[in-house]
Design a protein around this ligand. Structure first.
Ligand SMILES: Cc1cc2nc3c(=O)[nH]c(=O)nc-3n(C[C@H](O)[C@H](O)[C@H](O)COP(=O)(O)O)c2cc1C
Length: 317
């Protein structure tokens, strides 16, 4: 088994695999399974109320004594209370999505909390490193959910070459080849979302999981570019409607109204046509629902095989 990952020492985990904080889906069930399997589970607070987050933190602690993190969604209407709660609950590690957490990083450092913001550009990675981020998660536009404009392949080496803190690669990674590629690009580990949705422990609706299993390489689409908040989802009736409205020049308010409540409709209630099915381009590679422990072990074993197979390339002269 591959060892010697500095990120594992920093976060006190066994494997350099982080489960991306996912709104609705990053619950105690998935988070504790990932942490118990040696990765880092991340509670996805999304725009859920602070009491929900408190309950998930408590339930996660009942299920695991391994490290886990909370993902703070910067666009949450409960942001201020959620930030207070994670300090009160002494959560050890935070990831941030959906915005710039720059103004909060110093305070968390003083509170002894490690911070790992998600970035989609070199400029933001540099800025957040200066403000005290312990790790940056460079997320490419292949990923499920809110996306930037640069691919993982192009973003990760540029971020890794621009900051001194460890870099985690996210977006389009679901197997051991992806992990080795991320390491080759200068990352110290990976964050995965779509792969973990198709785990036995993830509470996502079975119909959503099946849509991922049936997806091909071109099954996803990015909507919402005109609103300034582009999102990658599996294509369905909702994305067609959204695209048609965007094309017709609908206002930001109209588009936001169409999107309201649609994520839970899709991923929790299983309405695969009218709900939002956030998932990444790597969906096409995922063909099986597996227990989290097996997902992580298979990735680590495959990464080892890939690295061993690289030995066939010889230096000449
Ligand atoms: C259903 C879903 C919900 C997500 N919700 C969030 C979120 O609330 N906050 C966040 O920072 N990232 C969120 N993400 C992004 C993931 O944390 C992760 O970075 C991404 O899925 C990685 O790309 P992949 O899907 O190709 O593995 C979400 C992704 C998905 C698929």
């Amino acid at each position: 088994m591959l060892t010697n990952f500095a990120i594992c020492d920093l976060l006190h985990i066994d494997y350099p695999i982080i489960q991306g904080g996912m709104a609705w889906l990053g619950t105690a069930e998935l988070v504790s399974a990932v942490s118990n399997a040696g990765g880092l589970g991340v509670i996805g607070s999304g725009d859920a109320p602070t009491e929900w987050l408190r309950e998930q933190i408590r339930q996660t602690r009942e299920r695991t004594d391994r490290p886990f993190a909370v993902n703070i969604m910067m666009m949450s209407p409960f942001l201020a209370d959620n930030l207070k709660l994670v300090v009160e609950e002494k959560v050890g590690i935070l990831t941030f999505g959906g915005g710039n957490p720059g103004g909060y990083l110093t305070g968390f450092k003083e509170a002894g909390i490690k911070t790992m913001p998600v970035v989609s550009s070199v400029a933001l990675a540099r800025r957040l490193e200066k403000l005290g981020a312990d790790v940056v998660i460079a997320e490419g536009m292949e990923s499920g959910g809110h996306v930037g404009e640069t691919t993982t392949m192009a973003l990760v080496p540029q971020v890794a070459g621009s900051v001194k803190v460890p870099v985690i690669a996210a977006g389009g990674i679901a197997d051991g080849r992806g992990l080795v590629a991320a390491l080759a690009l200068g990352a110290q580990g990976v964050q995965m979302g779509t792969r973990f949705i198709c785990s036995e422990e993830c509470i996502a609706h079975t119909r959503f999981k099946e849509q991922i299993l049936q997806a091909g390489d071109r099954a996803t689409i990015v909507t919402g570019i005109s609103t300034g908040h582009p999102v990658r989802c599996l294509e369905n009736k909702l994305t067609y409607k959204f695209m048609a409205l965007e094309k017709a020049g609908a206002s930001k308010d109209e588009l936001e109204e169409l999107g309201r409540g649609k994520l839970s409709l899709g991923v929790m209630q299983g309405d695969i046509e009218q709900g939002s099915l956030m998932a990444g381009q790597i969906a096409g590679l995922i063909k099986e629902i597996k227990p989290v422990k097996l997902i992580i072990q298979d990735i680590m074993a495959e990464a080892q095989q890939v690295i061993d197979a690289m030995g066939r390339y010889k230096t000449k002269g």
